[in-house]
Ligand binder design. Structure first.
Ligand code: SAM
Ligand code: SF4
Ligand code: SF4
Length: 353
């Protein structure tokens, strides 16, 4: 299959497309704080062409995200279309080895989980930051603790619906993401691991990052991965499996449960040197870094009928010009900021994580 492997200025390959289908969200996590204003969202044809062109440039992994991607009315059709294209041998989309989705799990009903599986989704990651209902409510920004508890149970049920639909955690088809904020949900680490362990789900602890401007991030809020591992070693036998090139997670094998715990250490151990991810927002802006101040508007190349060649050249030129390494320089950048601790940049719910 003819595709050109694209590299940026630091010889980093373009491998992963993180495509946000919707910036809005039905949760309001305290570390993310979605803005929920309305945007002109791209249509199916435009999403499809972005995926096609990215695959022509070497992308082999697609992550569908948001905001909350399960709120998107275009999701099922998009997945179905990609599934069909993946079956065509000469189609660059067949280059996709992995199609995954990140969700808060609230809309992961039995029907939805079955549809996602049927439509060719390979993997799901569910975000879950606490098992205690009050802490969960706090993390998702739900003031009413009774509603928060109901939402927690719906998410936990959603995880089981996904497993029953065929997203087998033992085969890496279902994972959990947990953001740990110091003194807010750090007492949930063991409970989260126990919950995941019972179902052989890999749980990935993400260091709280300074994305967006509304979460009031402070360095002192970060609960470092190293500390999580130190804590877990008191109770579990962990073997370091390291971080694979181009991946974000450092994996640890828990021999007492035949499953993995992972850490994503963007703050304490940045992985910019092999960052292979392009983000495209639901309104058609390309971001080559989670911490870019501005995206590049692809809409002029997305008006119908789309000229694939021109769109491809645009994305190629964006990637080739890429120099990003924000996490490697984070504290130098922040030191220069005298007025506030946080660099101005778009929110996580807009960028898609
Ligand atoms: N709404 C979906 C969800 O929560 O899974 C998908 C979008 S969300 C922006 C993608 C991932 O980003 C989630 O796993 C979430 O926990 C993570 N995230 C959001 N804000 C973050 C922050 N400030 N630091 C670290 N991770 C964050
Ligand atoms: Fe919504 Fe995901 Fe952000 Fe939470 S992390 S507010 S679920 S987009
Ligand atoms: Fe990639 Fe930017 Fe994160 Fe570095 S800071 S790993 S370049 S997204």
């Amino acid at each position: 299959m003819g595709f050109k492997q694209l590299e940026d200025n630091r010889k980093r390959k373009l491998k992963v497309l993180r495509l946000s289908l919707k910036q809005n969200c039905n949760f309001s996590c305290i570390y993310c704080k979605p803005e929920n204003y309305s945007l002109d969202v791209l249509n199916i044809e435009q999403f499809k062409k972005l995926i096609l062109v990215s695959c022509r440039l070497g992308v082999n992994s697609l992550r569908i995200t948001g905001g909350e991607p399960l709120l998107s009315s275009q999701l099922d059709e998009l997945l179905y279309e990609i599934k069909s294209q993946r079956l065509e041998e000469s189609n660059p989309v067949a280059n996709l080895q992995d199609i995954s989705l990140t969700t808060n799990g609230y809309l992961l009903s039995k029907k939805k989980a079955n549809e996602l599986f049927k439509n060719g989704l390979d993997r799901i990651t569910v975000s879950l930051d606490a098992i205690d209902p009050d802490i969960f409510s706090n993390m998702i920004g739900e003031e009413n603790k009774i509603i928060g508890k109901e939402k927690l149970f719906t998410v936990l049920e959603g995880i089981d619906h996904a497993i029953n639909a065929g997203f087998n955690p033992k085969a890496g088809k279902l994972k959990i993401n947990a953001v740990i904020k110091k003194e807010i949900n750090d007492n949930q680490i063991f409970e989260l691991v126990d919950f995941a362990k019972k179902r052989s789900i890999e749980i990935r602890f993400i260091e709280y990052m300074d994305v967006g401007i509304s979460n009031n991030w402070q360095p002192s809020d970060v609960f470092f991965s190293e500390r999580i591992i130190r804590l877990l070693k008191k109770k579990h036998r962990l073997k370091d499996y390291g971080r694979k090139e181009g991946q974000t997670a450092n994996r640890w094998y828990m021999s007492d449960s035949n499953s993995f715990v992972s850490t994503i250490s963007s703050i304490s151990n940045p992985f910019c040197s092999d960052c292979n991810r392009l983000r495209i927002t639901s309104d058609g802006y390309a971001y080559t870094c989670l911490f870019s101040n501005e995206g590049i508007n692809l809409n002029p190349w997305l008006s119908l009928p789309i000229n694939l060649h021109e769109l491809e050249n645009k994305i190629k030129s964006i990637w080739e010009a890429r120099e990003d390494n924000y996490s490697e320089d984070r504290f130098k950048v922040l030191e220069k900021k005298t007025d506030k601790n946080q660099k101005i940049h778009p929110s996580m719910s807009y960028l898609g994580g």
